[in-house]
Design a protein around this ligand. Structure first.
Ligand code: 13P
Ligand code: ZN
Length: 274
């Protein structure tokens, strides 16, 4: 029995591998964090390092998740290697009691640090946990090609992206009735993009990073992976339809979106509809 036999670690590794097989993680692109439950932390503790590594300040503060533990991919690590060598590729970090620093307590056996986007992940966890009474535990960042392509073509507004995606596949308004947020292009990896993203995450389960990728949040791996998958599939349909070069001749009308919402009992963000 070791860390890699623990169910949540196995499921985390499977999700990273699924993302790799989707083609969303060229080189070291993308990162995945999961907020562990107290029961999962207790199960893991016997396998934590005898000596935790030093505290590292995150440049952001989130008090509501102080003292919590996260699984994280390592910075510069490749998703394609997570399943082959998890101990080299991922880690568990503990947050200090101020909510402004982390330290590695397991993993990254050959050195390194959690993803450079850890400040964004941590702040998004803080916001989504608060908004869902603690239910949300997963933040997932990937580089899916079609949603990135859309950021070169559409106006970079929450409304334009939400409408285009809802109308690209009938299931979309059911899967993300709240729509998606859009963060303008910013330098990745720091506190500024973390704060801009968590402003969007106060309202949305997903935030598009212009010319970069997508952040998704959810209560578990299936829902969060499914959201990334659904948004990227819709983006692919949008890009394919536009690529035919004929223009969009027919699409789902706003009242038809309302009809979907009514029958599937979801609340569509009305201000995004005409
Ligand atoms: P990391 O390798 O530090 O996780 O960075 C990858 C990435 O996608 C940055 O946005
Ligand atoms: Zn990225």
């Amino acid at each position: 029995m070791g860390m890699l036999d623990i169910s949540i670690v196995k499921r985390y590794i499977r999700m990273a591998d699924d993302g790799w097989h989707q083609g969303w993680h060229e080189r070291n692109g993308g990162n995945l964090t999961y907020r562990l439950t107290p029961e999962e932390v207790a199960e893991m503790k016997p396998f934590f390092d005898a000596q935790p590594r030093p505290w590292v300040n995150m440049g952001v503060t989130g008090e509501n998740l102080a003292g919590e533990y996260f699984l994280s991919t390592g910075s510069g690590k490749y998703f394609r290697n997570v399943i082959l060598d998890p101990e080299d590729s991922i880690c568990v970090v503990e947050i200090n009691d101020k909510g402004d620093s982390y330290r590695i307590v397991w993993g990254l056996v050959n050195g390194g640090r959690p993803t450079s986007e850890f400040p964004s992940h941590y702040m998004n966890h803080c916001v989504r946990a608060k908004a869902t009474n603690g239910a949300y535990r997963v933040i997932y960042h990937a580089h899916p090609a079609n949603i990135i392509a859309m950021t070169y073509v559409l106006p970079l507004t929450d409304r334009d992206f939400s409408r285009a995606l809802w109308k690209s596949a009938t299931e979309c308004p059911v899967v993300f009735p709240g729509g998606v947020g859009v963060v303008p292009w910013m330098v990745p990896g720091g506190a500024d993009i973390a704060l801009a993203t968590c402003e969007k995450m106060k309202e949305f389960d997903a935030a598009v990073w212009a010319h970069h990728g997508l952040f998704c949040s959810g209560p578990d791996f299936d829902t969060t992976f499914g959201l990334m998958h659904t948004i990227e599939k819709a983006a692919q349909i949008h890009v394919l339809a536009c690529s035919c070069g004929q223009g969009i001749h027919q699409t789902i009308q706003d009242d038809e979106l309302r009809a979907i919402a009514r029958d599937f009992k979801v609340q569509l963000r009305e201000e995004f509809l005409d």
